[in-house]
Write a protein that binds this ligand. Structure first.
Ligand code: ZN
Length: 90
């Protein structure tokens, strides 16, 4: 029988559906008896669903990256304000 550490180590493969056969059956068997791992797998599924629902952000262009880094180091918000956008800032 699988141990809790096996569930943690291979939980992502189980949740993603990559795991098949007897190994998957062993997972189900462990989850049947271990509420802690059921909770862990539920959290993995939730995290996966939320991350897949988020839109992908476009990476800034290299010249924008320097400006963005300077803004972060100054302690300014990473996103320019509406007034700055009108002035032709970032
Ligand atoms: Zn367990």
């Amino acid at each position: 029988m699988l141990r809790c550490r096996d569930i943690v180590r291979h939980g992502e493969a189980f949740v993603s559906g990559e795991m098949r056969g007897w190994r998957r059956a062993g997972f189900w068997l462990h989850l049947l008896f271990c509420r802690y791992c059921r909770r862990y797998i539920r959290q993995l599924r939730t995290t996966r669903a939320v991350s897949q629902a988020l839109p992908l952000a476009e990476a800034p262009a290299p010249d924008e990256l320097d400006v963005l880094l300077a803004r972060i180091l100054e302690g300014a918000p990473a996103q320019p304000s509406a007034a700055e956008k009108k002035e032709g800032g970032l």
